[in-house]
Design a protein around this ligand. Structure first.
Ligand code: P6P
Length: 341
């Protein structure tokens, strides 16, 4: 059951109070989370006024995936990276907006941070919710103290913290350090994130499925059968399900965290390895959902157990309430058996 907090608690107070539960804590991770909190407040301010200033629209450049880059993407990337650079505890940043790794000024920093600075940016011009995603790893120790790009290629299981900021009807931050999921709402009148929910747990089953049905023809037979299963009337299992797809992963995952159900971005003819990125979309959001009692798989294996081979790697993802993910896995496995027969 998700606990509603008692007295008003800011993000800063909450981070310090949870840090005090670990006597050996140095305060570095707390500082890193505060840095991200500050940067996201600045990004939120720009997102809110994007319709007024001429910050909307592409700036003509494209990111590593060939997607046109909106000016807010660049602004968000710069704000987050400079916030992390200032506190000298992060050594390297990998972001969707930069082809290679970004080595920060203090190469001795103990953390490696992955960022999707402004996920869903294609929705900026139509005023649909967008979000920032972050994923934090410890830098592996090396005898020679060197920092190599492969130091960033760690399984999602090794994340020390992860979270997102959703710029929606309100600005909300969700994060986890492996001790459950906490949810904060930004109160713009005081410029503080206020604790809204603690130990967030998503429902074990939900009657919402979320997938881009435009790519139906390129789905696997098992996935087609699963979506048809969701659409059959059955009051016993609260079917037919509702279909909800925002096209902004942070918004679709946030709804899944609160209401339950399943979000799917499968492999397809256009995206043979899926469209979404493992390190800065799927891993952090899978950490959040699994900490809230849900599941996240690539169709066969746990997302968090995937061993990355390169920093911008894609993966298919089936993520959400445990029962919903287990059910789609059943359909995918049955298809695999038929194919082998
Ligand atoms: P499609 C946004 O561009 C994004 O990376 C995710 O936020 C979102 O879930 C997905 O792509 C939407 O992709 O192919 O359905 O438009």
């Amino acid at each position: 059951m998700t606990k509603q907090p008692g007295k008003l608690r800011t993000l800063e107070e909450y981070i310090i109070q949870t840090q005090n539960r670990f006597p050996g804590a140095t305060g570095d991770l707390s500082q890193l989370l505060r840095d991200i909190g500050l940067a996201s407040k600045i990004i939120s301010r720009e997102v809110r006024k994007a319709g007024i200033t001429n910050i909307l629209g592409a700036d003509g450049s494209t990111n590593i995936h060939g997607e046109s880059v909106k000016k807010l993407d660049i602004f968000a990337d710069q704000q987050l990276i400079s916030a992390l650079d200032r506190s000298l505890i992060t050594c390297m940043v990998i972001s969707e907006e930069n082809d290679g790794v970004v080595r920060l000024h203090h190469e001795g920093g103990k953390y490696i941070v992955f960022l999707d600075p402004l996920d869903g940016s294609s929705n900026i011009d139509v005023n649909v919710s967008i979000g920032s995603i972050f994923s934090i790893y410890m830098r592996p120790a090396r005898h020679d103290g060197k920092l190599l790009e492969i130091d960033a290629l760690q399984q999602g299981l090794r994340q020390v913290a992860a979270g997102y900021v959703l710029y929606g009807s309100s600005t909300m931050m969700a994060y986890t350090t492996g001790m459950g999921v906490s949810l904060f709402t930004l109160d713009p009148s005081i410029g503080e994130f206020i604790l809204a929910m603690d130990d967030v747990m998503l429902p074990d089953h939900g009657n919402i499925y979320s997938i881009n049905e435009g790519s139906y023809n390129s789905w696997s037979p098992g996935l087609k059968k699963y979506i048809k299963y969701c659409q059959v009337e059955d009051p016993e299992t609260s079917r037919p399900y509702k279909a909800r797809y925002i096209g902004s992963m942070v918004a679709d995952i946030h709804r899944t965290l609160i209401k339950g159900g399943i979000f799917i971005y499968p492999e397809s003819s256009r995206y043979p390895n899926g469209k979404l990125r493992l390190m800065y979309e799927c891993n952090p959001l899978s950490f959040i959902i699994e900490q809230a009692g849900g599941l996240a798989i690539d169709g066969r294996n746990s997302i968090l157990e995937l061993q990355p081979e390169f920093i911008h790697q894609n993966t298919p993802i089936y993520i959400g309430s445990k029962q919903n993910v287990l059910k789609v896995q059943e359909f995918l496995k049955a298809e695999a058996v038929i194919e082998r027969a």
